[in-house]
Design a protein around this ligand. Structure first.
Ligand code: ADP
Ligand code: MG
Length: 226
């Protein structure tokens, strides 16, 4: 699903955000990426979603080498990736339904198809009964679930999450992680960036640890070692 070869990214000449990173993530995996603040986790995510350009190395996603991706190809890539962040980035003047339907409308889908897919995604995240609420009428955990529903409307094979539980308490964190596991069980590859020790240890999955831009450990059934 993801092949990363000798990837490096610098900011200016002194900040080496990623150094010679090599990773291979298979379809269907659930991978946690951990590391202290500033270790390069978000830089890796930004390169995966082509939000920034790498300095050297290669990234292939689902067989598509995005190393030299052209700007006009980026929307096509983004439709093949779901992305969620710590802040939910919802549109405050749109309802739950509209926040999720927006991306499909922008792509020109038929309204009956939009309705069907959005309802399906809202059921998956358990928010069908709150479809007419506005973001400020939801808890943080519910807002993140809307963001997850939105990220899935194009049925991506890969979901990338950068600290999705960073603003949530432990109960909401648990719910979001359980939801990511459910999505993974339905066949989507999940890459989760987190600094939550309890989350990582409870997942009992593959854990990749970054330090100063290097991959310092990559283990199945890994533990949070920092
Ligand atoms: N846009 C930027 N300009 C300059 N330096 C940056 C920028 N983004 C990140 N960095 C630096 O790159 C390093 C890695 O940052 P980041 O990937 O955000 O780490 P993490 O997500 O693990 O906290 C840090 O030293 C950070 O200060
Ligand atoms: Mg970060």
């Amino acid at each position: 699903m993801i092949k990363i070869h000798n990837l490096s990214k610098n900011y200016g000449k002194d900040v080496h955000a990623l150094r010679d990173v090599n990773l291979h993530i298979k379809p269907g995996e659930f991978v946690s990426i951990v590391g202290q603040s500033g270790s390069g986790k978000s830089t890796l995510i930004r390169l995966l979603i082509a939000e920034e350009k790498m300095d050297s190395g290669q990234i292939t996603i689902g067989g598509w080498e995005i190393t030299d991706i052209k700007n006009h190809e980026i929307p096509t890539l983004r439709r093949q990736l779901g992305v969620i962040f710590q802040d939910y980035k919802l549109l405050s003047k749109k309802t739950v339904f509209e926040n999720v339907s927006f991306a499909m409308e922008a792509c020109g889908f038929k309204s009956s198809d939009i309705k069907k897919t959005v309802n399906q995604m809202l059921s998956l995240v358990g928010l069908k009964d709150k479809r007419d609420r506005y973001p400020h009428q939801l808890s943080g955990g519910e807002q993140q679930r809307v963001a997850i529903a939105r990220s899935l409307v194009h049925k991506p094979k890969l979901l990338v999450a950068d600290e999705p539980t960073g603003n949530l308490d432990s109960i909401n964190t648990r719910e979001i992680i359980d939801l990511l596991k459910k999505i993974n069980n339905l066949g989507t590859t999940v890459v989760l960036v987190t600094h939550d020790r309890d989350v990582v240890n409870s997942l009992r999955g593959r854990v990749i640890t970054l330090e100063k831009g290097y991959v310092i450990s990559d283990q199945e059934n890994g533990k949070y070692l920092l």
